[in-house]
Write a protein of this length. Structure first.
Length: 131
C-alpha cells in the first residue's frame, strides 16, 4: 500500500533512477499499482485529491509534534527521533525528486505556516550526502 505522496512523485522518482534500477522499479511498481506508471500518475481527478490528502497528513503531523508546544519542530521536541528521520526522508524525497520550484513542493513549503521549510532547515545538521 502507498500513501498520497507516492502517486504524486512516481514519475519523478523513476526519472532519478539509473537505467538498471528503472528495469527493476517499473515492472514491480506497475504490478503493485495495477497499471502503467504514467496512467497511475495521471488518474483523472486524483491529483488534487492526493495533494489534499498529503496536506491533511501534514496537518495531523503538525498536531502531533506541537503537543509539547507551538514552537516545537521535532517529535523528539529539541532533537530528532526516529519518526523525524522518516518524515525528513519523505520530505527530502519530494523536494529532490519534484524540485524546489515544483507546485507540489511549493504547496508543502507554504503548508502549516511554513513549518516544513523550518523543519527541513533545522534538520540540515543531521543530513549528509556521501559523494
Amino acid at each position: 500500500t502507498y500513501g498520497p505522496m507516492f502517486p504524486l512523485c512516481v514519475l519523478a522518482i523513476q526519472a532519478c533512477l539509473f537505467p538498471q534500477a528503472q528495469e527493476w522499479f517499473v515492472p514491480r511498481t506497475e504490478k503493485i499499482v495495477g497499471m502503467p506508471l504514467r496512467e497511475f500518475y495521471e488518474q483523472d481527478g486524483q491529483r488534487d485529491l492526493r495533494m489534499k490528502e498529503l496536506l491533511g497528513v501534514l496537518d495531523d503531523v503538525e498536531r502531533w509534534i506541537t503537543t509539547e508546544g507551538p514552537d516545537v519542530l521535532f517529535f523528539g521536541v529539541d532533537r530528532p527521533v526516529n519518526a523525524d528521520t522518516a518524515l525528513a526522508g519523505i520530505l527530502t524525497c519530494i523536494e529532490r525528486t519534484m524540485g524546489e520550484e515544483s507546485e507540489i513542493w511549493g504547496q508543502i513549503a507554504q503548508a502549516n505556516g511554513g513549518r516544513w521549510i523550518r523543519y527541513m532547515k533545522a534538520f540540515e545538521k543531521w543530513q549528509m550526502i556521501d559523494s
